[in-house]
Design a protein around this ligand. Structure first.
Ligand code: GLU
Length: 270
């Protein structure tokens, strides 16, 4: 563990599969519930940072495209359009519950340069002091290029699971909650194997656990279990707890905060 963590500070990450329906259209119920639960949790005294995907998917909706464009420049254009829509929806739903939101778009370079990193931490702290919910996404219109070209090299981001672990570390959060399209990490693929067993608590990421993480989830999600496991591992080494749970039940967050067993908990090293 490399620094003091802030006990009441949490990062919550939601993916595109939670924010849209299988049809690809916006899931307003998820937006509403997310805003309600996070606003309520903030009222309970927690400092909440939301990492949200969905820019490309919402851009695609707005442009009435029947699938995500293949061309990088169109994907980046969709992200530019969708990011506005994403923040419009968050602004509207959080306002219903008396909360103000602020947008932070990050590229991997931003956290690699100490001067910028320092300013970023100050911005997050100021927003939280003002009672604002910071909403973070990768700056897709700018940084997606490297990801698409497969030139990530030693770059940090490329998916919002990794980004959310970077944000948790940057903001010294105690806990990261990754809302997924599945209950947590199973010992085999529960979609293929009815007897698959959920891991409730993981203290060490062993080879068996890496093997269990398998491939990607739904065709609307980008990361899948592999990137969630990588995010959990980054956090564990820094003493931050990570929970993977199902985004279909966003109210699970109450049980998570009450310390009840929900999804899969990766215990941060103390
Ligand atoms: N930043 C992308 C978006 O907002 C999603 C990346 C991810 O889901 O990991 O569409």
């Amino acid at each position: 563990m490399n620094k003091e963590l802030i006990d009441n500070r949490i990062v919550v990450k939601v993916g595109t599969s939670t924010l849209t329906h299988d049809s690809g259209e916006v899931n307003y119920q998820s937006f509403d519930k997310l805003a309600r639960v996070l606003s309520d949790v903030a009222n309970m005294g927690y400092e909440v940072i939301l990492v949200s995907s969905g820019a490309i998917a919402l851009g695609r909706c707005k442009l009435h495209l029947d699938k995500t464009p293949d061309q990088l420049r169109l994907k980046q254009a969709a992200a530019a359009i969708g990011q506005c829509e994403l923040m419009h929806l968050y602004d509207k739903f959080f306002a219903e519950y008396g909360k103000t939101v602020g947008q932070i778009l990050l590229a991997s370079e931003d956290v690699e340069r100490p001067d910028i990193k320092n300013n970023l931490v100050n911005t997050f702290n100021s927003l939280l002091e003002l009672g604002v919910v910071p909403i973070v996404n990768e700056n897709d219109s700018v940084s997606y290029a490297e990801i698409e070209a497969g030139n990530c090299g030693n770059k940090l981001f490329g998916d919002n699971d990794t980004l959310s672990a970077v944000v948790a570390n940057l903001c010294s959060a105690r806990l990261l909650v990754l809302f997924s399209d599945i209950e947590g990490l199973f010992d085999s693929d529960p979609r293929a194997n009815e007897g698959a067993r959920l891991y409730h608590e993981i203290k060490d990421i062993t080879e068996d656990i890496c093997r269990a993480a398998g491939g990607v989830g739904s065709d609307r999600s980008k990361g899948g279990m592999v990137t969630k496991l990588a995010a959990a591992k980054m956090n564990m080494d820094r003493g931050i707890d990570t929970i993977i749970t199902n985004g279909q039940r966003l109210e699970n967050l109450y049980d998570v905060l009450a310390g009840k067993p929900v999804g899969t908990l990766f215990v941060g090293k103390r």
